[in-house]
Design a protein around this ligand. Structure first.
Ligand code: NAD
Length: 319
């Protein structure tokens, strides 16, 4: 692919493959690290940055250049990708503490910024607006598919932003994901994402509740899960992310609920959904109940995978 010349100086490629743009990747956690690794494997020159040195080490081993700051990572990059916990982190990186001294102000015109963090649509729209004034393309591109999808390069990207920016981003997103949707204008990716995650929170809480009911009535959790998988209760959590320990291999519930998607991040997404529902006067009673359940769950289990909501019914699953 080639980078569109927008009349800026941002057309230099420093990697060996001159057809590939240089990429800066910021935020190398459970999701960002494997996503960045897939870009390195595909031959992209990556400069990476994370607050945690340990997180950056993994990417150094994979062959990326480790930078000392977001600005350092972005030096010579035509594309910036971020995968950060929440809106406040995205604002602090791109807009800075006072809204004007962040990374956006340092980037050449024509740079493409892709933020894959899950944040409020309003936060994404604000960054897009500032970027646009500086001649920078911004896309909100949250993902679905979990850490398994990030490792396998099979994520779903749900993108909000202009057609031209989407066309530029698509070949790069295709390295990290299988399904790339253009949901609409700035913020649309985030709205679609929180609708999905509100449903996921409801499904996970409901699946844990159903398995617990069966187990407390003498059923084996695997037998029950297999039955529901072939019946009308079938859903994504039963298919690939069973919350009960040892029913499935290679899922957080069979690994002490480590890794995966932290309960506090699910809670953040549920709160974003509730905020959107309130702002737009839409009723979400099931979403409100899931939010209430995760609210109490994260008091002791915020860092554990969100399938640990199983422990609400049976604390022995944590041991
Ligand atoms: P994580 O907490 O594992 O990773 C976030 C990383 O960002 C950490 O390594 C942290 O050190 C780094 N970071 C924080 N502030 C920073 C800053 N100012 N500069 C540089 N690095 C900074 O989170 P995650 O699970 O990778 O999730 C990231 C985003 O993706 C979240 O918005 C989450 O909601 C979303 N998401 C996660 C999953 C999942 O299954 N984990 C799935 C879909 C979407």
């Amino acid at each position: 692919m080639s980078i569109k010349d927008t009349g800026s100086s941002n057309i230099i490629t420093a990697n060996n493959d001159t057809t590939k743009p240089n990429i800066a990747f910021i935020g190398l956690g459970n999701m960002g690290a494997p996503m960045a690794e897939n870009l390195v494997k595909a031959g992209y020159q990556l400069s990476v940055y994370d607050l945690s040195e340990d997180a950056a080490k993994r990417l150094k081993q994979a062959g990326a250049n480790v930078a000392n700051s977001p600005k350092d990572a972005a030096n010579n990059a035509q594309i910036i990708i971020s995968m950060l916990p929440a809106g406040k982190h995205v604002h602090s990186i791109y807009l800075g503490e006072n809204g004007a001294n962040g990374l956006l102000a340092e980037l050449p015109r024509g740079t493409l910024v892709i933020d894959s963090s899950t944040i409020a649509a309003a936060d994404a729209r604000l960054v897009a607006e500032v970027a646009s004034k500086l001649g920078i393309d911004f896309l909100d591109a949250p993902v679905s598919g979990g850490t398994g999808g990030a490792i396998a390069g099979s994520l779903t990207f749900i993108v909000g932003g202009d057609d031209d920016a989407f066309a530029k981003a698509e070949p790069i997103l295709s390295v990290m994901g299988k399904n790339i949707f253009h949901a609409g204008e700035h913020g649309a990716g985030q709205v679609a994402k929180i609708c999905n995650n509100m449903l996921l929170g409801i499904l996970m809480a409901g699946t844990a509740e159903a398995i617990n009911l069966g187990v407390k009535n003498g059923l084996d959790p695997k037998v029950l899960s297999d039955i529901m998988l072939q019946s009308s209760g079938r859903n994504w959590t039963l298919e690939v992310y069973n919350p009960y320990p040892q029913v499935m291999e290679n899922v957080p519930s069979s690994n002490g609920y480590q890794g995966g998607f932290m309960s506090k991040l699910m809670q953040k997404d549920l709160n974003l959904a509730m905020q959107t529902a309130r702002d737009t006067d839409v009723e979400t009673p099931m979403g409100a109940k899931a939010t209430e359940l995760y609210e109490s769950h994260i008091v002791d289990n915020g860092d554990k995978d969100f399938s640990s909501i199983m422990a609400r019914h049976d604390s022995s699953v944590l041991s």
